[in-house]
Design a protein around this ligand. Structure first.
Ligand code: SF4
Length: 356
């Protein structure tokens, strides 16, 4: 017997194909997609489809589900972190960040990550597996439902900056982004989507070729390759020069200026000469620098820079003509950095198992 397929991971074209194979008219695909992206959990509830067709769909497909394991809102109320259990018992997290302009959702694209950045909790257990496009979409759907329940606005922006390297799961990530844009679905403008990468150059070039006007955000975190190699193993594969070249190409293809993320780590990349070197490399480049005070992660041994150092770094970049902002810190008391809540959940489970 044919194995059931996750229908939430299917594109409109793939649903159309399935509808045709099942002998139904073309417009049924749009009806199905509308129900799915609204968050329906069962084919039985697709009330405008003939009953026999719903049964056929249920024989052939399933709808991927996420179970909310935990939800924590910061004391300031500006961020909520969700811990979700996947159907194969893996765990991921998603974070809602509340801004004046609306709610942003930072979501996961993989279970774990194999990039090995030294300051990141998500990579501690390595990569477990890629998420499907449906599992990414399900994070948006579940969080929207929860926000609506609390009388809040739905997710207005998506940031692919949670657990995982989105470009290491390229096909599913691009498929998800296109799905978010369906007018009969969640209808999100591409401009409201940001993809963050540690700098996988060939995939950045592929993404540029897609021509999607999403914001590309690159985790740079160092002004030169030597320093970058100390904290990001990916720097041994791709140099900053190659990243800048790919970023220029991305700008040329999409018209979107890229963002460079720079997490300030005490006594490592936060010196005056680092700011000057960074400014020299980025001068004249259509970009924006986002300074992030590092979130301290237990056991990783890096410390965040002092407030005064952060301010000095930002003003040095500004004085060199670089467009720079300091990211507002949200959810510090809910283990807000990517992978931290999942990590502490897994540690708690491991401790309980050891105690048995
Ligand atoms: S920072 Fe991003 S790319 Fe680096 S290990 Fe963490 S999740 Fe992976």
């Amino acid at each position: 017997m044919r194995e059931k397929q996750d229908i939430l991971s299917l594109s409109l074209e793939e649903i159309q194909q399935a509808v045709q194979e099942l002998g139904q008219p073309h417009y049924r695909a749009q009806q199905i997609l509308q129900w799915l992206h609204r968050g329906i959990k069962s084919f039985d509830d697709m009330t405008d489809l003939p009953k026999a067709f719903r049964e056929l769909l249920a024989e052939r497909f399933y709808i991927v589900k996420l179970q909310m394991l935990d939800k924590r809102t910061s004391s300031a109320g500006d961020a909520t972190k969700y811990l979700f259990l996947l159907q194969d018992r893996n765990i991921i997290e998603s974070v809602v960040m509340r801004y004046k302009y609306g709610n942003s959702l930072c979501l996961s694209t993989q279970v774990g990550c194999r990039m090995g950045c030294k300051f990141c909790a998500s990579t501690i257990g390595g990569l477990v597996r890629n998420l499907s496009a449906g599992e990414m979409l399900a994070q948006v759907i579940e969080v929207n439902k929860d926000l609506e329940k609390g009388g809040e606005r739905k997710v207005g922006n998506i940031v692919l900056m949670g657990i995982g390297e989105p470009l290491d799961n390229y096909d599913n990530t691009v498929k998800f982004i296109k799905m978010m844009h369906y007018p009969m679905g969640l209808n999100m403008s591409y401009r409201r989507i940001t993809l963050s990468t540690c700098g996988l150059v060939p995939k950045m070039m592929d993404l540029a070729e897609e021509g999607l006007p999403i914001t590309l955000s690159i985790s740079l975190h160092a002004p030169n390759d030597e320093l970058r190699k100390l904290i990001m193993p990916v720097a041994s594969a791709y140099s900053i020069d190659e990243i800048l070249k790919a970023s220029r190409y991305y700008f040329k293809k999409t018209g979107r200026r890229v963002t460079f993320e720079y997490a300030l780590i005490s006594d490592l990349n936060d010196r005056e000469r680092d700011a000057i070197e960074l400014a020299r490399r980025l001068k004249g480049f259509p970009c924006h620098v986002n300074i992030i005070p590092l979130n301290n992660v237990r056991g990783l041994g890096y410390k965040r820079s002092s407030q005064a150092t952060v301010e000095r770094f930002v003003s040095l970049l500004k004085s060199q003509g670089i467009a720079v902002t300091k990211r507002r810190e949200l959810g510090l008391d809910i283990e807000g950095a990517c992978g931290q809540l999942r990590r502490s959940y897994l540690e708690r489970v491991e401790t309980r198992q050891d105690e048995r």
